[in-house]
Design a protein. Structure first.
Length: 265
């Protein structure tokens, strides 16, 4: 068991979650996930992203054994409670930290076919919004999430926590240009959510596959006047609120789209 607070294991984890974590994650091809919920998904044989090293406290091992989670095939390292606290960044650590392999999917790895629907996030910055959108996309049966350049890192600790394990269910492709995505999209079922769009979400019709675009929390989306295939839509709001939180708006759209698909079958 590792008990020293000067252990290089602590420095290794800290490098992946600290202020320069994005650079470290890109260079090493690794990222960090914490807690029991992530492990429930990641410990399944054949799951991806794969766990490279799993750090556990004694208490965490007991919890894992009680749930019957399969971890014998994983590279595990036992650490003391103090070492675990030094490694992580959560206020109340659960005694479980995994160093995982960064999947690094590109647009070429995303299968765009019949029955599929994807989210495209344009320059969003808030990790909580990103994680919630990932989780909702997973819950509503979306096929994957794609982000533009200058969007939040989907494998940063805050996004990983907010996604609650959904990163192990959904393929994600980062730093994809809209022009590149449109160049391979097979139809015109491409919709961008905007506050004041003339077309209502409630009146849309679309074919499979479909693409649903959400923009920056403060700036929204660019005009994209050179993208006539992109249809702007808005969520009807009969109340007094001027706008919705990005994650809330995306959740409404994803749920509605899934219901339309379900009733059309």
């Amino acid at each position: 068991m590792i008990e020293s607070l000067h252990s290089p294991h602590i420095a290794r984890v800290k490098a992946l979650i600290g202020s320069r974590g994005k650079k470290s994650r890109k260079e090493s091809g690794l990222f960090v996930a914490e807690g029991l919920q992530f492990l429930r998904e990641a410990a399944k044989p054949g799951s991806s992203p794969k766990i490279e090293t799993l750090y556990l406290t004694t208490t965490a091992r007991l919890k894992i054994a009680a749930e019957g989670l399969p971890i014998n095939h994983l590279n595990t390292v036992d650490v003391s409670d103090s070492v675990m606290s030094a490694m992580g960044e959560t206020v109340t650590p659960q005694g479980i930290i995994g160093i995982c392999e960064l999947p690094e999917l590109s647009l070429a790895d995303i299968h765009i076919g019949a029955g599929r629907k994807y989210i495209y996030l344009h320059e969003i910055q808030d990790p909580g919004n990103a994680g919630t959108i990932l989780r909702t996309a997973d819950a509503t049966g979306y096929s994957g999430v794609i982000t533009s350049a200058n969007s939040v890192d989907l494998f940063s600790p805050k996004v990983v926590r907010a996604s609650a394990g959904s990163l192990w269910h959904l393929p994600v492709a980062e730093r994809v240009e809209m022009a590149d995505l449109l160049s391979i999209w097979p139809n015109d079922s491409i919709f961008a959510l905007e506050v004041e769009a003339e077309n209502s979400l409630l009146g849309i019709e679309f074919d499979d596959p479909s693409l649903w675009i959400f923009g920056n929390e403060a700036r929204g989306l660019p005009q994209w006047n050179d993208q006539p295939r992109v249809s702007s839509i808005s969520i009807p709001m009969p109340g007094n609120a001027e706008s919705l939180n990005l994650a809330a708006a995306a959740s409404i759209v994803m749920f509605y789209v899934t219901q339309l698909q379900h009733h059309a079958q």
